[in-house]
Design a protein around this ligand. Sequence first.
Ligand code: NAD
Length: 332
Amino acid sequence: MYQDLIVVTGAGGFIGGHLVADLLRQGHTHLRAVDCKPLSQWYQRFPEVESRRLDLSLREACYEALDGAHTVYNLAADMGGMGFIENNKALCMLSVTINTHALLAARDLGIEQYFFASSACVYAADRQTSADVIPLRECDAYPALPEDGYGWEKLFSERMCRHFREDFGLYTRVARYHNVYGPHGTYQGGREKAPAAICRKVIEAKCSGRHEIEIWGDGHQTRSFMYIDDCIKGTQDILHSDILEPINLGSAQLVSINQLVDIVEDIAGVKLRRNYNLAAPKGVRGRNSDNTQMLAELGWEPNIRLEDGLEKTYRWIYDQMVGALQVPTLAA
Ligand code: NAD
Protein backbone atom coordinates (compact mmCIF):
# COMPACT_ATOMS: atom_id res chain seq x y z
CA MET A 1 0.00 0.00 0.00
CA TYR A 2 1.34 3.49 -0.83
CA GLN A 3 2.12 5.63 2.18
CA ASP A 4 2.95 9.30 2.34
CA LEU A 5 6.63 10.02 2.84
CA ILE A 6 7.65 11.10 6.35
CA VAL A 7 11.00 12.86 6.77
CA VAL A 8 12.78 12.98 10.13
CA THR A 9 15.71 15.39 10.37
CA GLY A 10 18.30 14.93 13.10
CA ALA A 11 17.50 11.22 12.75
CA GLY A 12 21.06 10.22 13.63
CA GLY A 13 20.58 11.85 17.02
CA PHE A 14 18.83 10.77 20.18
CA ILE A 15 15.19 11.80 19.73
CA GLY A 16 15.19 11.49 15.94
CA GLY A 17 16.44 7.90 16.14
CA HIS A 18 13.67 6.96 18.56
CA LEU A 19 11.05 8.69 16.40
CA VAL A 20 12.07 6.73 13.31
CA ALA A 21 11.99 3.50 15.37
CA ASP A 22 8.49 4.31 16.59
CA LEU A 23 7.17 5.20 13.13
CA LEU A 24 8.50 1.86 11.88
CA ARG A 25 6.80 0.06 14.78
CA GLN A 26 3.52 1.69 13.75
CA GLY A 27 3.89 0.25 10.26
CA HIS A 28 5.13 3.29 8.33
CA THR A 29 7.31 2.10 5.51
CA HIS A 30 7.91 5.26 3.54
CA LEU A 31 10.45 7.03 5.73
CA ARG A 32 13.50 9.18 5.07
CA ALA A 33 16.01 9.80 7.86
CA VAL A 34 18.42 12.72 7.49
CA ASP A 35 21.42 13.86 9.53
CA CYS A 36 24.76 15.55 8.87
CA LYS A 37 26.73 12.98 10.86
CA PRO A 38 28.41 10.06 9.09
CA LEU A 39 25.97 7.12 9.08
CA SER A 40 28.35 5.10 11.25
CA GLN A 41 27.83 7.61 14.07
CA TRP A 42 24.02 7.53 14.12
CA TYR A 43 22.59 6.22 17.39
CA GLN A 44 19.99 4.11 15.60
CA ARG A 45 19.86 3.04 11.95
CA PHE A 46 17.35 0.90 10.14
CA PRO A 47 18.14 -0.83 6.85
CA GLU A 48 14.55 -0.48 5.65
CA VAL A 49 14.67 3.33 6.01
CA GLU A 50 16.21 5.64 3.40
CA SER A 51 19.04 7.22 5.40
CA ARG A 52 20.73 10.30 3.99
CA ARG A 53 23.73 12.30 5.13
CA LEU A 54 22.97 15.96 4.38
CA ASP A 55 24.00 19.24 5.97
CA LEU A 56 20.62 20.91 6.42
CA SER A 57 22.14 24.29 7.17
CA LEU A 58 22.47 24.47 3.35
CA ARG A 59 19.45 25.52 1.35
CA GLU A 60 19.88 22.96 -1.45
CA ALA A 61 20.26 20.15 1.06
CA CYS A 62 16.92 21.05 2.67
CA TYR A 63 15.15 20.93 -0.70
CA GLU A 64 16.77 17.56 -1.39
CA ALA A 65 15.86 16.21 2.06
CA LEU A 66 12.22 17.32 1.92
CA ASP A 67 11.57 16.48 -1.72
CA GLY A 68 8.39 14.40 -2.08
CA ALA A 69 7.56 14.49 1.64
CA HIS A 70 4.10 14.77 3.16
CA THR A 71 5.25 15.24 6.77
CA VAL A 72 8.45 16.65 8.23
CA TYR A 73 9.68 16.30 11.81
CA ASN A 74 12.48 18.84 12.06
CA LEU A 75 14.68 17.76 14.98
CA ALA A 76 18.08 18.70 13.56
CA ALA A 77 20.03 21.15 15.72
CA ASP A 78 23.54 21.72 16.97
CA MET A 79 22.92 21.23 20.66
CA GLY A 80 23.87 19.56 23.93
CA GLY A 81 23.60 19.91 27.70
CA MET A 82 24.41 23.06 29.68
CA GLY A 83 28.16 22.46 29.29
CA PHE A 84 27.77 22.71 25.53
CA ILE A 85 25.17 25.43 25.13
CA GLU A 86 26.78 27.83 27.61
CA ASN A 87 30.11 27.59 25.76
CA ASN A 88 28.89 27.39 22.14
CA LYS A 89 26.32 30.15 21.77
CA ALA A 90 27.22 31.00 18.17
CA LEU A 91 27.06 27.36 17.06
CA CYS A 92 23.66 27.01 18.73
CA MET A 93 22.39 30.14 17.00
CA LEU A 94 23.59 28.88 13.64
CA SER A 95 20.87 26.21 13.79
CA VAL A 96 18.66 29.05 12.60
CA THR A 97 19.98 28.31 9.12
CA ILE A 98 18.57 24.76 9.36
CA ASN A 99 15.14 25.96 10.38
CA THR A 100 15.09 28.82 7.88
CA HIS A 101 15.98 26.63 4.93
CA ALA A 102 13.75 23.76 6.05
CA LEU A 103 10.75 26.10 6.35
CA LEU A 104 11.44 27.61 2.91
CA ALA A 105 11.69 24.13 1.41
CA ALA A 106 8.51 23.04 3.21
CA ARG A 107 6.64 26.04 1.81
CA ASP A 108 7.96 25.68 -1.72
CA LEU A 109 7.55 21.90 -1.89
CA GLY A 110 3.99 21.96 -0.51
CA ILE A 111 4.71 19.94 2.64
CA GLU A 112 1.43 19.07 4.39
CA GLN A 113 2.63 18.90 8.02
CA TYR A 114 5.73 20.40 9.64
CA PHE A 115 6.88 19.82 13.23
CA PHE A 116 9.56 21.88 14.97
CA ALA A 117 11.31 20.78 18.19
CA SER A 118 11.65 23.83 20.41
CA SER A 119 12.88 23.86 23.99
CA ALA A 120 12.12 24.98 27.53
CA CYS A 121 15.24 27.13 27.08
CA VAL A 122 12.94 29.71 25.42
CA TYR A 123 11.50 30.62 28.82
CA ALA A 124 12.38 33.92 30.44
CA ALA A 125 15.26 33.58 32.90
CA ASP A 126 13.60 35.84 35.49
CA ARG A 127 10.84 33.24 35.98
CA GLN A 128 13.35 30.54 36.87
CA THR A 129 15.35 32.07 39.70
CA SER A 130 14.10 29.83 42.52
CA ALA A 131 14.54 26.08 43.04
CA ASP A 132 10.95 26.06 44.29
CA VAL A 133 9.86 27.15 40.83
CA ILE A 134 6.34 27.86 39.66
CA PRO A 135 5.83 25.56 36.65
CA LEU A 136 6.27 27.44 33.38
CA ARG A 137 3.17 28.20 31.34
CA GLU A 138 3.42 28.71 27.62
CA CYS A 139 2.81 32.46 28.01
CA ASP A 140 5.89 32.78 30.26
CA ALA A 141 8.15 32.88 27.20
CA TYR A 142 7.26 36.58 26.86
CA PRO A 143 8.49 39.24 27.51
CA ALA A 144 11.44 37.41 25.99
CA LEU A 145 14.55 36.71 28.02
CA PRO A 146 15.51 33.19 26.92
CA GLU A 147 18.70 31.21 27.46
CA ASP A 148 21.40 33.12 25.60
CA GLY A 149 22.32 31.59 22.23
CA TYR A 150 20.39 28.31 22.11
CA GLY A 151 17.17 29.70 23.63
CA TRP A 152 17.11 32.76 21.37
CA GLU A 153 17.49 30.55 18.31
CA LYS A 154 14.61 28.35 19.42
CA LEU A 155 12.37 31.32 20.17
CA PHE A 156 13.14 32.92 16.81
CA SER A 157 12.52 29.65 14.95
CA GLU A 158 9.22 29.15 16.83
CA ARG A 159 8.26 32.59 15.64
CA MET A 160 9.18 31.72 12.04
CA CYS A 161 6.94 28.64 12.23
CA ARG A 162 4.09 30.89 13.36
CA HIS A 163 4.58 33.39 10.54
CA PHE A 164 4.99 30.72 7.87
CA ARG A 165 1.64 29.37 9.09
CA GLU A 166 -0.02 32.79 9.14
CA ASP A 167 1.48 34.23 5.96
CA PHE A 168 1.97 31.16 3.74
CA GLY A 169 -0.62 28.75 5.14
CA LEU A 170 2.04 26.17 6.06
CA TYR A 171 0.78 23.65 8.64
CA THR A 172 3.29 24.05 11.51
CA ARG A 173 3.24 22.61 15.02
CA VAL A 174 5.78 23.34 17.76
CA ALA A 175 6.57 21.54 21.02
CA ARG A 176 8.77 22.93 23.76
CA TYR A 177 10.66 19.89 25.03
CA HIS A 178 11.74 19.85 28.67
CA ASN A 179 14.92 17.74 29.31
CA VAL A 180 14.45 14.49 27.45
CA TYR A 181 16.47 11.43 28.50
CA GLY A 182 16.71 7.72 27.72
CA PRO A 183 18.85 5.08 26.00
CA HIS A 184 20.54 5.65 22.62
CA GLY A 185 21.61 9.20 23.45
CA THR A 186 24.78 11.12 24.28
CA TYR A 187 26.34 10.15 27.60
CA GLN A 188 29.92 11.42 27.17
CA GLY A 189 32.02 13.84 25.14
CA GLY A 190 30.65 17.18 26.38
CA ARG A 191 27.16 17.32 24.82
CA GLU A 192 25.50 14.99 27.33
CA LYS A 193 22.70 16.19 29.60
CA ALA A 194 22.36 15.76 33.36
CA PRO A 195 20.60 12.33 33.56
CA ALA A 196 23.06 10.63 31.19
CA ALA A 197 26.05 12.43 32.71
CA ILE A 198 25.07 11.34 36.20
CA CYS A 199 24.49 7.74 35.10
CA ARG A 200 27.95 7.71 33.51
CA LYS A 201 29.64 9.24 36.55
CA VAL A 202 27.94 6.79 38.93
CA ILE A 203 28.98 3.85 36.72
CA GLU A 204 32.58 5.12 36.58
CA ALA A 205 32.65 5.55 40.36
CA LYS A 206 31.13 2.17 41.03
CA CYS A 207 33.38 0.31 38.63
CA SER A 208 36.60 2.10 39.58
CA GLY A 209 35.99 1.76 43.31
CA ARG A 210 36.56 5.55 43.73
CA HIS A 211 33.28 6.23 45.45
CA GLU A 212 32.88 9.92 44.75
CA ILE A 213 31.07 12.05 42.19
CA GLU A 214 31.41 15.62 40.90
CA ILE A 215 28.10 17.49 40.71
CA TRP A 216 27.72 20.72 38.76
CA GLY A 217 26.37 23.48 41.03
CA ASP A 218 25.22 22.96 44.61
CA GLY A 219 22.81 20.14 43.71
CA HIS A 220 19.74 22.09 44.87
CA GLN A 221 18.83 23.36 41.38
CA THR A 222 15.62 21.73 40.17
CA ARG A 223 14.38 20.33 36.86
CA SER A 224 11.87 17.90 35.43
CA PHE A 225 13.01 15.11 33.09
CA MET A 226 10.88 13.42 30.43
CA TYR A 227 11.51 9.85 29.36
CA ILE A 228 11.98 9.40 25.61
CA ASP A 229 8.83 7.28 25.10
CA ASP A 230 6.67 10.12 26.44
CA CYS A 231 8.49 12.57 24.16
CA ILE A 232 7.87 10.43 21.08
CA LYS A 233 4.16 10.01 21.84
CA GLY A 234 3.72 13.72 22.64
CA THR A 235 5.57 14.82 19.51
CA GLN A 236 3.21 12.88 17.25
CA ASP A 237 0.11 13.86 19.24
CA ILE A 238 1.04 17.54 18.94
CA LEU A 239 1.77 17.28 15.21
CA HIS A 240 -1.68 15.82 14.61
CA SER A 241 -3.51 18.25 16.95
CA ASP A 242 -5.18 21.60 16.43
CA ILE A 243 -2.68 23.28 18.77
CA LEU A 244 -1.34 26.17 16.72
CA GLU A 245 0.97 27.84 19.24
CA PRO A 246 4.07 26.30 20.88
CA ILE A 247 3.12 23.96 23.73
CA ASN A 248 5.07 22.41 26.61
CA LEU A 249 6.06 18.79 26.27
CA GLY A 250 7.65 17.79 29.55
CA SER A 251 7.24 15.88 32.77
CA ALA A 252 5.88 17.74 35.79
CA GLN A 253 7.81 15.53 38.26
CA LEU A 254 10.15 18.14 39.76
CA VAL A 255 13.42 16.93 41.34
CA SER A 256 16.64 18.54 42.50
CA ILE A 257 19.92 17.38 40.98
CA ASN A 258 20.72 15.83 44.37
CA GLN A 259 17.51 13.79 44.14
CA LEU A 260 18.43 12.75 40.62
CA VAL A 261 21.75 11.47 41.97
CA ASP A 262 19.91 9.67 44.83
CA ILE A 263 17.80 7.77 42.29
CA VAL A 264 20.80 6.74 40.16
CA GLU A 265 22.72 5.68 43.28
CA ASP A 266 19.77 3.48 44.28
CA ILE A 267 19.72 1.87 40.83
CA ALA A 268 23.47 1.24 41.00
CA GLY A 269 23.38 0.14 44.64
CA VAL A 270 26.11 2.57 45.74
CA LYS A 271 26.46 5.69 47.90
CA LEU A 272 28.98 8.25 46.71
CA ARG A 273 30.73 11.20 48.31
CA ARG A 274 29.53 14.33 46.51
CA ASN A 275 31.89 17.07 45.39
CA TYR A 276 30.05 20.18 44.28
CA ASN A 277 31.66 22.21 41.48
CA LEU A 278 30.12 25.64 41.90
CA ALA A 279 32.04 27.06 38.92
CA ALA A 280 30.57 24.56 36.42
CA PRO A 281 27.72 25.51 34.04
CA LYS A 282 24.42 24.96 35.83
CA GLY A 283 21.70 26.85 33.93
CA VAL A 284 18.66 28.35 35.62
CA ARG A 285 17.91 27.71 39.29
CA GLY A 286 14.64 25.89 38.81
CA ARG A 287 12.47 24.78 35.90
CA ASN A 288 9.30 22.73 35.63
CA SER A 289 6.64 22.19 32.99
CA ASP A 290 3.07 23.43 33.50
CA ASN A 291 0.98 20.83 31.67
CA THR A 292 -2.43 22.47 32.08
CA GLN A 293 -2.74 23.19 28.37
CA MET A 294 -1.50 19.76 27.32
CA LEU A 295 -4.05 18.08 29.60
CA ALA A 296 -6.85 20.33 28.38
CA GLU A 297 -6.05 19.89 24.68
CA LEU A 298 -4.80 16.30 24.52
CA GLY A 299 -6.13 14.75 27.76
CA TRP A 300 -2.67 13.36 28.49
CA GLU A 301 0.68 14.37 29.94
CA PRO A 302 4.09 12.67 30.15
CA ASN A 303 3.73 10.18 32.96
CA ILE A 304 6.63 7.72 32.93
CA ARG A 305 8.21 7.86 36.39
CA LEU A 306 11.75 9.19 36.57
CA GLU A 307 12.78 6.13 38.59
CA ASP A 308 11.59 3.79 35.82
CA GLY A 309 13.07 5.76 32.93
CA LEU A 310 16.41 6.18 34.69
CA GLU A 311 16.63 2.45 35.35
CA LYS A 312 16.47 1.77 31.59
CA THR A 313 18.84 4.62 30.79
CA TYR A 314 21.37 3.47 33.39
CA ARG A 315 21.31 -0.13 32.07
CA TRP A 316 21.87 1.04 28.49
CA ILE A 317 24.78 3.36 29.40
CA TYR A 318 26.29 0.62 31.55
CA ASP A 319 26.18 -1.81 28.63
CA GLN A 320 27.78 0.76 26.30
CA MET A 321 30.58 1.50 28.74
CA VAL A 322 31.31 -2.12 29.56
CA GLY A 323 30.97 -3.09 25.89
CA ALA A 324 33.47 -0.39 24.92
CA LEU A 325 35.68 -1.46 27.83
CA GLN A 326 35.53 2.08 29.23
CA VAL A 327 35.07 0.50 32.66
CA PRO A 328 35.97 -2.92 34.02
CA THR A 329 33.03 -5.36 34.16
CA LEU A 330 31.31 -5.37 37.53
CA ALA A 331 27.80 -6.39 38.46
CA ALA A 332 25.52 -3.64 37.17
P1 NAD B 1 20.87 15.26 19.23
O1 NAD B 1 22.05 16.16 19.28
O2 NAD B 1 21.03 13.86 19.71
O3 NAD B 1 20.27 15.21 17.75
C1 NAD B 1 20.29 16.30 16.88
C2 NAD B 1 20.85 15.81 15.56
O4 NAD B 1 20.82 16.90 14.63
C3 NAD B 1 22.29 15.34 15.65
O5 NAD B 1 22.41 13.97 15.28
C4 NAD B 1 23.05 16.24 14.70
O6 NAD B 1 24.07 15.57 13.99
C5 NAD B 1 21.93 16.70 13.78
N1 NAD B 1 22.31 17.94 13.11
C6 NAD B 1 22.92 19.03 13.64
N2 NAD B 1 23.16 19.94 12.69
C7 NAD B 1 22.69 19.40 11.52
C8 NAD B 1 22.69 19.85 10.19
N3 NAD B 1 23.21 21.03 9.85
N4 NAD B 1 22.15 19.06 9.24
C9 NAD B 1 21.63 17.84 9.57
N5 NAD B 1 21.62 17.36 10.83
C10 NAD B 1 22.14 18.13 11.79
O7 NAD B 1 19.72 16.01 20.03
P2 NAD B 1 18.30 15.49 20.52
O8 NAD B 1 18.34 15.42 21.99
O9 NAD B 1 17.89 14.31 19.75
O10 NAD B 1 17.40 16.75 20.12
C11 NAD B 1 16.53 16.75 19.00
C12 NAD B 1 15.83 18.11 18.93
O11 NAD B 1 15.10 18.33 20.14
C13 NAD B 1 16.78 19.29 18.76
O12 NAD B 1 16.19 20.25 17.94
C14 NAD B 1 16.89 19.83 20.17
O13 NAD B 1 17.23 21.20 20.19
C15 NAD B 1 15.48 19.57 20.69
N6 NAD B 1 15.43 19.51 22.16
C16 NAD B 1 16.01 18.45 22.81
C17 NAD B 1 15.96 18.39 24.20
C18 NAD B 1 16.56 17.24 24.97
O14 NAD B 1 16.46 17.23 26.21
N7 NAD B 1 17.19 16.26 24.33
C19 NAD B 1 15.34 19.42 24.91
C20 NAD B 1 14.79 20.48 24.23
C21 NAD B 1 14.83 20.50 22.84
